[in-house]
Write a protein that binds this ligand. Structure first.
Ligand code: GLU
Length: 306
């Protein structure tokens, strides 16, 4: 497989790491891959299985797919020591790639921060986006969503010592409380109605930057989806905690190019089949399911593709 990191202007300024990395999983001369028996067994696809001219036929024929995902979110998409992302979103994308018959060395994982998820699809830089990506009307005007395959909810994360004083979004009307979220995310918009002043809000390109700032006392609250925060709490070794209840619904979809109804339908059918045969829960258990406090999801009702 390969990995590539796409970054926003903000991230480029704050990070020297614009990495084009190819790693691991190379095919040998026989065409076999190190994808593992599980992946090979569940592979179904082949260009011949799909109607000519569809995205599925094109991808199957090429034997490659570009997957936009996160690289810094424990449990959903977190780069391992080789730079390859691991997590529930990655596994869901892998199930789709399996179904297309794309071998592991044909899967390119492209780092896709929240703010550029529509853009990378519109610019044809990726074939799909699986990146804790909330389905909403504004986004659906520019791209299409398959799914949802999971429903999260927005929550607040604070330093352990502040858990008694900051307990709900209503507490953020105190203008002394500094809040961090991510540019281009739904939580960064949803939180505004609770703030005493716009100046309280700092937006970074990714949630790991917010977590660093929380640890450094530069902000007091990080807000995004509960499952993302649970991963950051887990990684904080007791420094951070979640407070209160989730206060929004964030249904996660797979982003595809606008009006690609056939590919959307193929992904919905694949998700449905993966739920029925256990691959969906297996993907959860081996990733986000390992995070303390993360409950096994009930497979949500899929939205028809149109
Ligand atoms: N699910 C929310 C969104 O799509 C927040 C998580 C994220 O930024 O990836 O905006």
């Amino acid at each position: 497989m390969k990995t590539r990191r796409l970054m926003t202007g903000v991230a480029l300024l704050s990070s020297a790491a614009l990495v084009l990395a190819a790693c691991g999983g190379d095919a040998d001369d026989t065409g076999a891959t190190d994808a593992g028996a599980g992946a090979e067994e569940s592979m179904e696809g082949g260009a011949a299985d799909f109607a000519e001219g569809t995205t599925m036929a094109e991808l199957a024929e090429a034997g490659t797919i570009r997957i936009g995902t996160k690289f810094d979110q424990p449990g959903f998409g977190l780069a391992n020591l080789d730079g390859v992302p691991e997590g529930f979103d990655v596994e869901i994308a892998n199930i789709i790639a399996d179904e297309l018959g794309i071998p592991e060395d044909g899967r390119e994982y492209v780092e896709t921060p929240s703010a550029i998820r529509e853009e990378v699809l519109i610019n044809d830089e990726v074939d799909l986006v699986a990146a804790t990506y909330t389905i909403n009307d504004e986004r659906a005007e520019r791209i299409d969503f398959a799914g949802p395959y999971y429903v999260a909810g927005q929550a607040l994360m604070v330093r352990e010592e502040d858990a008694e004083t900051i307990t709900a979004p209503e507490d953020l009307s105190d203008t002394a409380i500094r809040v961090c979220s991510v540019d281009g995310s739904t939580p960064s918009e949803n939180i505004r109605e609770y703030l005493g002043s716009e100046d309280q809000l700092t937006l970074f390109a990714d949630y790991s930057a917010c977590a660093d700032s929380l640890g450094n006392n530069q902000v007091d609250v990080v807000t995004t989806d509960n499952v993302i925060l649970l991963g950051l709490v887990d990684a904080s070794e007791g420094a951070f905690t979640l407070v209160g209840e989730a206060f929004t619904e964030e249904p996660y979809g797979i982003g595809v190019q606008n009006e690609d109804v056939e590919f959307c339908q193929f992904i919905n059918d694949t998700l449905e089949a993966a739920n029925e045969d256990g691959r969906y829960l297996e993907a959860w258990d081996s990733t986000a399911g390992g995070i303390a406090g993360a409950e096994a999801p009930e497979f949500p009702e899929l939205t028809p593709c149109e």
